[in-house]
Design a protein around this ligand. Structure first.
Ligand SMILES: Nc1ncnc2c1ncn2[C@@H]1O[C@H](COP(=O)(O)OP(=O)(O)O)[C@@H](O)[C@H]1O
Ligand SMILES: [Mg+2]
Length: 297
C-alpha cells in the first residue's frame, strides 16, 4: 500500500470522561504531524451489517486506509477486518488482552513468566449460589494472601488482595457469574510495578509506579510515577509479551519477583498514554503513528 492518507480512530461512544477521548485526540495530533488525516469516530456511529459487501450502515464516510482501534468492541473490530481494513491493534490481540484468562493462557503457552494462575469455573446466570468448596484445591495451592482478579477489568478496579477464606468466599459471592482467576500474590511487588510501552517490538517509554497506600500500583489508584530504564531482561520480557498476544503497541505491566526477576502482570492492548507522557515526556502516539506507516508501506 502507498502512504496512508486517511485513518479512523475508534473509541467507545458510551464511555463518559475525557480520558477515553484523550487517546483518540493524541493519535489525531500525531497523525497530523505525519500528514495523515485521522477522523475520530464513535463505535456506536458504525453499525455493522453482517455479510454485506460494504458491511457498515453508513454511507457518508470515506472508508479509511487503516483504523486505530481504541475500543474493546471486538465484533466491530472483526467487522472492519472482514472489510479488509488493517486494524491497530488487531481484533484478535484486543480480544486476548481484554480477557485476562485468555491473555495468561497465551503468555504461558509462550513460556512467558506469569504469576501462578488458577481459572475459576464458569457459572451460568441463574445457577447461583456458588459452590464454595470448589475452591478448596486452589486455596491449598496458593495459600493466603492471594490475588483474585476478574477476567474483564482495568485501572486495578477488579483486582483484589484476599487475606482469609472468609474474604475469599465473600468476594466470590460478590463476583457472581463474572469470570475470574485466583492468582499467586507476588509479595515482593506489593504496591510496585513497571509499565513498559512497547511499539513495533521496541520499548519506547517506561516508568516505575509505586503506591504507599495500596497493593495496586495503578496511577488511577494513587500510584506515583518515576521514569525508569528497564533492564535488558525486563525489556525483552515486555517485548515478548506484547508480541505473543499479537499487539502492535501495548502497555505491559511487570511485577518484581522474589529474586527481582520480572513477571508479566498484564498486557494492555488499549493502554492510555497520558500518564507515561506526564512521567517521561515521551508521546507514545508518535511512535504508534510511525509504526503504522511503516507497517502499511
Ligand atoms: N499477582 C499479583 N501480585 C501482586 N500484585 C499484583 C498482582 N496482580 C496485580 N497486581 C497489582 O495490581 C495492579 C492491577 O493489576 P492488573 O492485572 O494490571 O489489572 P488492571 O488491568 O486493572 O490494571 C498491578 O498493576 C499490580 O500493582
Ligand atoms: Mg494494569
Amino acid at each position: 500500500m502507498a502512504t496512508p492518507k486517511l485513518g479512523w480512530v475508534i473509541y467507545n461512544g458510551h464511555l463518559g470522561g475525557k480520558k477515553f477521548l484523550d487517546f483518540a485526540e493524541w493519535m489525531q495530533r500525531a497523525a497530523k504531524t505525519q500528514n495523515i488525516n485521522m477522523k475520530i469516530i464513535k463505535n456506536n456511529a458504525l453499525l455493522g451489517v453482517v455479510g454485506t459487501a460494504n458491511g457498515l450502515l453508513q454511507e457518508s464516510e470515506d472508508m479509511p486506509d487503516f483504523v486505530v482501534f481504541s475500543d474493546k468492541d471486538i465484533p466491530l473490530a472483526q467487522q472492519l477486518e472482514t472489510l479488509g481494513i488493517p486494524l491497530f491493534n488487531s481484533s484478535r490481540s484486543i480480544a486476548l488482552c481484554d480477557n485476562k484468562i485468555l491473555m495468561y493462557q497465551a503468555l504461558a503457552a509462550a513460556d512467558i513468566a506469569i504469576p501462578k494462575t488458577i481459572i475459576a469455573p464458569k457459572i451460568f446466570p441463574g445457577t447461583l449460589p456458588v459452590q464454595l468448596d470448589t475452591f478448596e484445591p486452589a486455596i491449598a495451592e496458593l495459600g493466603f494472601p492471594m490475588i483474585v482478579k476478574e477476567a474483564f477489568g482495568s485501572f486495578g478496579e477488579q483486582v483484589y488482595l484476599i487475606e482469609t477464606k472468609e474474604q475469599l468466599h465473600k468476594k466470590i459471592k460478590e463476583i457472581g457469574t463474572e469470570p475470574f482467576v485466583l492468582q499467586e500474590y507476588i509479595h515482593t511487588s506489593h504496591g510496585r510495578d513497571i509499565r513498559i510501552n512497547v511499539v513495533g517490538g521496541q520499548v519506547v517509554a517506561s516508568m516505575i509506579r509505586e503506591s504507599d497506600t495500596d497493593f495496586r500500583a495503578n496511577v488511577s489508584r494513587g500510584g506515583s510515577m518515576q521514569p525508569y530504564t528497564p533492564s535488558e531482561k525486563e525489556a525483552e520480557l515486555a517485548i515478548a509479551a506484547a508480541h505473543t498476544v499479537g499487539t502492535n503497541f501495548a502497555g505491559v505491566d511487570l511485577l518484581f519477583g522474589p529474586q527481582g526477576e520480572p513477571i508479566v502482570c498484564e498486557v494492555n492492548s488499549n493502554a492510555h498514554i497520558r500518564s507515561i507522557f506526564d512521567c517521561t515526556g515521551v508521546d507514545v502516539s508518535d511512535a504508534i503513528m510511525s509504526h503504522i506507516k511503516e507497517m502499511l508501506s
